[in-house]
Design a protein around this ligand. Sequence first.
Ligand code: MCF
Ligand code: FE
Length: 408
Amino acid sequence: MRLILSDFVLVCDEGFGIIENGGVCFDEKIIAVGDASELLAKYKDAQVERLSENSVLMPGLINSHVHLEFSANVATLKFGDFMSWLRSVIASRDELQSECDEEMIARTLQDILKSGVTTIGAISSFGLDLAPCVKSALNVVYFVEVIGSNPAAIDTLFDDFKARFYEAKKLKSGSFFPAISVHSPYSTHPVLARHALDIARAEGVQTSAHFMEAACEREWLDNGGGAMAEFMKAFNPHSKPMSSAKEFLQLFHDTKTLFVHAVQAKDEELDIIAGQGGSIAHCPRSNALLGTHALDIANTAKHGVGLTLGTDGLSSNISLNLWDEMRAAIFTHQNCELEGLAALLLKSATINGAKALALNKGVLSEGYDADIIALKLPQSPKDISQLPLQIILRTGKAEAIYIGGVKR
Ligand code: MCF
Ligand code: FE
């Protein structure tokens, strides 16, 4: 049993409690959180460590959406416009895949861990990331991707998906959770999506989908027009949207799905997501680099949709550091009140991420998994109400990391 004491403890519960001169007592689970002197008096057998000045303890961060298999991208993919990006992905997917090996993914996972992220939601398109994810100290919710729109190829695509999913299922553990991702409404045939989601419900695994990422996706699904239509019609002049946005969401009934991006989602679609108990993965830097719009985070909150935070892959980002992502979000959402925004971002990266991924994590409270990070600020803010903001502005890595109570 360890007892760690710090200047500040960020509980990351619903009320976003902050304890000054606090501590956390834990083994593999959290035993108690509270005032330092009270914990010292109560847990006399604990191995005690007092962190240095300006220290913060908080739950390990959760990056709810990342694509590790695209980690070789630096300047191969075209940024700035969603359709140009998509074309460049299709042109360079094989090249990027061949440049990325298990070693690169293992290194990427290690960097993610050192930043203070203890859990990721990883989209797996090919299965290249399976072994490194299983071996990693990180908790990984491993979303096996199903994708493909050609009706004639549904059986083959489904067989390939099933092979990847059941391979992952064999490796399920206390830190590796197989899950299912339906790529998107424009890329995945609804029959294929339905089959995959039947497996998700039968196996009781988490689900995710890219949804309403770009204005051209909106236009294509709503009326079969726009820049995405031009792209689709180059393959097949008779192509039509495979489902409406609403029909796509309805495929996810009886699942609590993590919908990624959703910057173009309409109010009624947010209501459907909220009604299903789903969440949104917000990836602000990906949205900026692919020329889509900033998510209206006040509106998602108004509709009762839980907000989580993701970096997306290096396919649409310059780092997989979730602190960088939070800082970018601070500069993106200039219409939000700053201190409230900082607290919302930290909740998105902890409690909300854990809820969306159905994990007993993300909060420093009795009974939760002891996934804990220690941070060190250059200076403590004079006014404690600025602490969440200062943490986001000043942190790039964790000083110490515990996963399931084990120091990493
Ligand atoms: O989230 C970003 C942008 N939107 C969609 N897909 C991806 C993103 N980053 C990587 N992807 C992958 C996706 O998983 O790129 C492929 C899929 O395998 C795009 S579809 C040809
Ligand atoms: Fe993505």
